[in-house]
Design a protein around this ligand. Structure first.
Ligand code: UN1
Length: 510
């Protein structure tokens, strides 16, 4: 472990503030915060949080950098992002391992996360040559009309612990090719992976003489995030996390008429029709429900099963859950790692309690695992609960491996249940029936930002726009035309004639 921590140039005590090429801190020793691994409870490093003075210095450096960076041709900015992608290829194993150790997801998923960074780098390189605007035909003679896209300025990125590096990269790589500069506030639960990313790209920034301040990092808790939300100098705040946090950010940023992009909670359901291929459906359900220990925004939380196959699905799931191996995520034979911390374990226990109170029946009861290798106290057994209805606890996103089973008799009813929660991120249906699949994808179908057929709710590719509706916040990140969120549109009309014809036929003669 120490070896790759050193390789990633992370140290036992680290400065948590960076403007890309430089790392520093100005706070006193007593303000250090710790990063513990949920894998074994070990202290990984102690970090100096960013002070308010440090923060102001970061913002001013970023603003100065923007004045230069915005004039660098977009394909050249893309070339720099391409080199970053190469660095992440080089460090994939080390960074993937650190993600796994600091966050607790399986090694494969840790590497998968770094792969998402590499993929979005590639995507952003291509995008850097495709920041297209439309041209319009003017109603006036000798006039030309078109639109162009310009960068916004300083983009603040608030990321969550569950995808400690990928979600930053979706935002940062696109924001950079669009000509913005970024200030990243990672979760205080996963600061080391963020510091490692800054170290990984440092050489690229230096070698290409990128102005200092294009890639900034600030560390700390919710208060540090609120500085970004309140600050008029931050053109866009992109925030990933809980609905509660998102509502606070939205309110503050909207109060100053700034822009925000939100990717908040999900409460994702899979509909299992009587026409489903269960050999495909069962592994998708299990991966979606227990992968990342149920801590993805896209984790499968609800199963809506046709009554005619309900018992069959139930039995198959209980059998599959019986084969799950829970333990150290760095051991690739394990399927389920720990939750992020003790507070998450308490949330899981409280949900189990509420399930019983609200008339649910636990098919597989949850428990906190004890004994050797479980010393961190963060390992829990994935649970399955049969629910009589979508009671309060089912409406709520519990960030833990708890799967709720519900029964339906008609597809309309299933879709209503699927849509009958406050969140709207990811959804899917398993069916081989064309009518059912198309109905689910139609305007009268799923109300989510992501709707799939015969694949699960989690594990989206970077090429599509990622995000959801309702309490999920409405933002779209990553692929498709998500780049537009990081730019401002300017409409331009040019008169190349000798007269001044006015629009709408208005005459104004002097
Ligand atoms: C998240 O949980 O915030 O679709 C992001 C997925 C991943 C991203 C999840 N590609 O599960």
């Amino acid at each position: 472990m120490q070896q790759f921590l050193q390789k990633l140039k992370t140290q036992p005590v680290m400065s948590g503030t960076s403007t890309g090429q430089a790392f520093w801190h100005s706070s006193a020793e007593d303000r250090l915060f710790d990063s513990h691994s949920p894998v074994d409870g070990q202290l990984m490093a102690r970090i100096y949080p960013t002070t308010r003075e440090d923060y102001d210095q970061v913002v001013e450096t970023a603003r100065a950098a923007f004045r230069e960076w915005r004039m660098v041709p977009a394909p050249r900015r893309g070339e720099i992002v391409r080199q970053m992608g190469d660095q992440f290829r080089h460090y994939k194993k080390d960074l993937g391992t650190l993600v796994s150790y600091e966050m607790g997801k399986s090694l494969q998923e840790g590497m998968g996360e770094v792969q998402e960074i590499i993929d979005i780098c590639d995507f952003a390189v291509g995008q850097s040559r495709q920041l297209y605007g439309l041209t319009m035909h003017s109603e006036r003679p000798d006039h030309r009309m078109y639109e162009q896209w310009h960068p916004l300025g300083v983009v603040g990125i608030i990321s969550a612990f569950n995808f400690p590096v990928a979600v930053w990269s979706w935002n940062a790589m696109l924001a950079w090719v669009c000509g913005n500069v970024c200030i990243w506030k990672p979760s205080e639960k996963t600061p080391l992976t963020a510091l490692a990313c800054q170290q990984i790209i440092k050489d690229v920034l230096e070698q290409n003489e990128v102005p200092e301040g294009v890639s900034c990092l600030i560390t700390g808790g919710p208060e540090t995030g609120s500085w970004l939300a309140e600050d008029q100098r931050i053109a866009l705040v992109s925030a990933t996390g809980s609905t509660r946090m998102g509502k606070a950010v939205a309110k503050t940023v909207a109060g100053r008429l700034g822009r925000y992009l939100l990717e908040l909670g999900g409460n994702n359901a899979i509909i299992i029709s009587q026409h489903a291929d269960l050999n495909v459906a069962i592994p998708a359900i299990v991966f979606g429900a227990v992968g990342t220990a149920g801590q993805r925004c896209t984790s499968t939380r609800r199963l809506i099963i046709h009554e005619s196959i309900y018992e069959d699905v139930k039995q198959r799931l209980v059998k599959a859950y019986g084969q799950l191996r829970i333990g150290n995520p760095l051991d690739e034979t394990n399927h389920v790692g720990p939750l992020i911390d003790q507070a998450a374990v308490a949330g899981y226990q409280s949900a189990l309690f509420q399930i019983k109170e609200q008339g649910g029946r636990l098919l597989i009861d949850g428990e906190v695992l004890e004994g050797p290798t479980f010393e961190s106290g963060c390992y829990v057994r994935p649970a399955i609960a049969e629910m009589p209805e979508q009671s309060e606890i089912v409406q709520h996103e519990t960030f833990a491996p708890i799967l709720y089973l519900l029964k339906y008799s008609s597809l309309e009813e299933a879709i209503e249940l699927q849509n009958g929660v406050p969140q709207g991120l990811s959804s899917s249906v398993f069916t081989l029936n064309l009518r059912e699949a198309e109905r689910f994808l139609s305007a009268a179908g799923s109300d989510c930002g992501i709707a799939n057929v015969n694949i699960g709710t989690s594990g989206a590719e970077i090429g599509g726009a990622f995000g959801g509706e309702k309490e999920t916040g409405g933002g779209r990140e990553s692929g498709s035309d998500a780049w537009k969120s990081y730019m401002r549109r300017q409409t331009n009309t040019i008169n190349y004639g000798t007269k001044l014809p006015l629009a709408q036929g208005i005459k104004f003669e002097l």
